[in-house]
Ligand binder design. Structure first.
Ligand SMILES: [Zn+2]
Length: 539
């Protein structure tokens, strides 16, 4: 039996832009559109031409080569003709392949927000769709508040969907704008829409995540008959976000409940780029990827307990719902105080470190790790520090440089303009090949930043090697021990290769803990440059 096509519609650049703290520049939008286009989405919605200068500029040229490029905007205003509506002319002139109109489908909103009659709203839908088609654009209509509208006035919500369909809209998208609809309701209401005469292959779903079910609602709508699904990368969006396409796509492609009935524009090979797509997007947003994200998170295929780890080595399928490589992710067996010897051997093997089961150095490493974890170290979250510790315990690591000492001062004072300022100053003494250098740095971003700048200011012959080293995340946790509180610092670093590594430091002094983590990061980077670490072996 031929499989039915599901069309994937991305609205990261339009609805995703509503996320608090996210504000895309035109350059950001161009980069993200390219990621989406390359990955293989069918539709890329770019924004709202005319609503702000960024979106207007973004629509000055077509930004996709494969995907249909979609402009978003309101239906024609009531009381004026299409040709006299300035918003409509901007939409029709935008360099897009398609126009997605947002239309009210809840009579309450028609009255309160639009202030027009129900009839006038139906006319606006019809005339807008007709005008878009006449301008050579694929017309579609987002029926805003459709599910809530349906529950309040079923006939009117259906009339809106039918008006769009009869006017020639390619897609009529049912929106759960408030995000509170449940999967069983979505299933029933989609069935009612199809029964009223709008075929499922013209219907789409746009779900919000306010009860944590945007993905479930999208999949329920597909099962009920819709053939277009809208969502965003990593589920960004207003309030609790939109349906996460990074979760929906692998589910449609990999799960027999869907892939035996449906196909998408994403094949098995493209799907292997999913983890990279998700992380590249976070990179662009300058935020750390969610470790627990389904399919693509660093923990998605990570196992902790000892008995699981040894079974996992024998047959990975026993503990994984899909093979990690299908989505471009990695299997990870974590080192922790729960782990037995097989955990360690496996973790070391994956880093290209071979050690015999009966080697006394292995027992030494295990007891050092356990001892340190008891004092607050967290090696399962600091792969690079673990690797350095393992390599130095089982063999040796080169001493690139030695830090003879450092000093950090924090001063709070009024500047010449009478503004209160807090300035940190760090002095670091480093010895390289017997020669001492001293670096001083100032920072208004705190003592750790000053220390970091000073430490990386002059590393002599290694200086050019660490030019691309960047700290991307810094996490501080106060741990309450039995006698006194200790501080754990985790640092995430990256370089031009795109690799990321975590290092850890623990002390009762936050500066000292940070310093340990910084040192590990630099040493790891220098070893990585020499291909002495970070070679994660494929299993
Ligand atoms: Zn929305």
């Amino acid at each position: 039996m031929a499989r039915e096509r599901i069309y994937l519609f991305d609205t990261t650049l339009r609805d995703g832009q509503q996320t608090p703290g996210i504000d895309f520049s035109v350059e950001d939008k161009i980069s993200i559109a390219r990621l989406l286009d390359d990955f293989g989405f069918d539709y890329v919605e770019g924004g709202y031409p005319g609503a702000n200068p960024t979106d207007t500029r973004f629509f000055e040229s077509k930004r996709t080569s494969r995907a249909s490029f979609v402009a978003f905007g309101m239906t024609k205003r009531a009381g004026i003709s299409v040709s006299n509506d300035p918003g409509m002319s901007l939409l029709l002139q935008a360099k897009s392949d398609a126009i997605c109109f947002v239309a009210k489908s809840w009579d309450y909103h028609v009255k309160v927000a639009l202030g027009c009659s129900n009839e006038e709203n139906l006319e606006s839908i019809e005339q807008s769709v007709t005008a878009a088609a006449a301008a050579g654009k694929e017309p579609m209509v987002d029926c805003e508040h459709f599910f809530d509208g349906f529950k309040n006035n079923r006939d009117y919500a259906l009339a809106c969907a039918r008006a769009a369909y009869e006017a020639g809209a390619r897609w009529i998208v049912l929106c759960d704008t408030n995000g509170g609809t449940q999967p069983s309701e979505v299933r029933d209401i989609v069935a009612a829409v199809i029964a009223s005469g709008v075929p499922g292959d013209h219907l789409g779903i746009h779900a919000h995540n306010d009860t944590g079910q945007a993905v479930a609602n999208s999949l329920a709508a597909i099962e009920a008959g819709v053939r277009q699904v809208q969502g965003t990368l990593n589920g960004i969006g207003e309030r609790c976000g939109n349906a996460n396409l990074v979760t929906i796509v692998p589910t449609l492609v990999l799960k027999p409940a869907f892939n035996t009935r449906f196909e998408t524009g994403i094949d098995a090979e493209k799907l292997q780029g999913l983890t990279q797509l998700s992380h590249a997007f976070d990179e662009l947003l300058n935020r750390s990827p969610d470790h627990q994200a389904p399919y693509v998170g660093a923990s998605a295929f990570a196992t902790k307990a000892g008995i699981h780890a040894s079974a996992l080595l024998k047959d990975p399928r026993t503990y994984e719902h899909v093979p990690p490589e299908t989505v471009g992710n990695l299997r990870k067996v974590m080192v922790s105080d729960q782990g037995g010897k097989s955990n360690f051997i496996n973790a070391l093997k994956r880093r290209g470190i071979v050690v015999g089961k009966d080697d006394p150095k292995l027992d030494a490493l295990i007891s050092i790790v356990k001892e340190r974890e008891a004092t607050g170290y967290a090696y399962e979250g600091a792969d690079a520090s673990f690797e350095l510790l393992a390599r130095s315990t089982l063999g040796s690591i080169p001493e690139f440089f030695a830090v003879e000492g450092f000093r950090v001062m924090v001063e709070r004072r009024f500047d010449a303009n009478g503004t209160l300022k807090t300035v940190s100053e760090a002095v670091v003494k480093v010895k390289i090949d017997g020669e001492m250098t001293m670096s001083v740095a100032e920072s208004i971003h705190g003592p750790v930043n000053a220390l970091d700048i000073a430490l990386r200011k002059d590393l002599g012959k290694y200086q050019s090697e660490i030019g691309d080293l960047e700290l991307v995340d810094f996490k501080v946790r106060i741990l309450n021990g039995s006698t006194a509180a200790v501080t754990r610092v985790l640092i995430e670093s990256t370089d031009a290769s795109g690799a990321r590594w975590w290092t850890v430091g623990v002390s009762d002094n936050v500066i000292d803990a940070s310093f340990q983590a910084l040192m590990d990061s630099i040493i790891y980077k220098l070893m990585k440059n020499r291909e002495q670490v970070g070679q994660i072996a494929a299993e």
